[in-house]
Ligand binder design. Structure first.
Ligand code: ATP
Ligand code: MG
Length: 159
């Protein structure tokens, strides 16, 4: 269970973007739709720990995952708990092939056989990715790149 408890988020010590945001997420997630610029991505970055890469900070409230308070954790520790964020905007390693991009997502894993199985799983989710696996990622279409971005973090943590 993930619980966001009335968080405030501030970028660069001065730009307040979120105030009093609370979300509770069990299995089977839906995320509120809001206007552009309302703070959806910022909320997700607060959860995944990625805020820190943009000088953002949770300044009020807390985020709990399975009873642990995680809003002071680094993104690598949050990823190790099984939480990862598929970023907006074609964030692929463009000189690497599709398959190499996926393998980068498994960098921390030692269980090579299970990694291979999970690679198959991503191909099941996105048959197009299987078809494109030897292609240079930078030359994929926007939609294909986003499939790759979604495919990568969905399997990089050992379950
Ligand atoms: N790194 C940052 N530094 C300063 N302000 C930021 C930063 N990132 C986002 N913002 C501001 O925070 C607000 C919320 O942005 P955010 O990206 O969270 O919105 P969003 O709901 O995901 O929008 P969209 O639907 O367009 O993706 C916006 O006003 C944006 O300008
Ligand atoms: Mg967004």
């Amino acid at each position: 269970m993930l619980k966001v408890n009335s968080i405030e988020v501030v970028y660069m010590n001065v730009i307040q973007v979120l105030r009093g945001v609370s979300i509770e997420v069990g299995d089977g997630v839906s995320f509120p739709t809001r206007a552009n610029g309302a703070g959806k991505t910022t909320t997700l970055k607060a959860i995944s720990g990625m805020l820190k890469t943009e000088e953002g900070e949770v300044t009020e409230g807390s985020i709990d995952f399975d009873g642990k308070r995680i809003d002071r954790y680094g993104p690598e520790d949050i990823a190790a708990l099984g939480i990862s964020q598929a970023m907006e905007g074609r964030r692929v390693l463009e000189h690497l092939s599709v398959e190499e991009n996926l393998l980068v997502g498994a960098y921390c894993r030692k269980d090579r056989a299970a990694v291979k199985q999970d690679l198959e799983l991503v191909s099941d989710y996105f048959p197009r990715i299987k078809h494109l696996r030897r292609r240079v990622s930078g030359y994929l279409s926007g939609g294909e790149q986003q499939m790759l971005v979604i495919g990568e973090p969905s399997w990089h943590v050992q379950s």
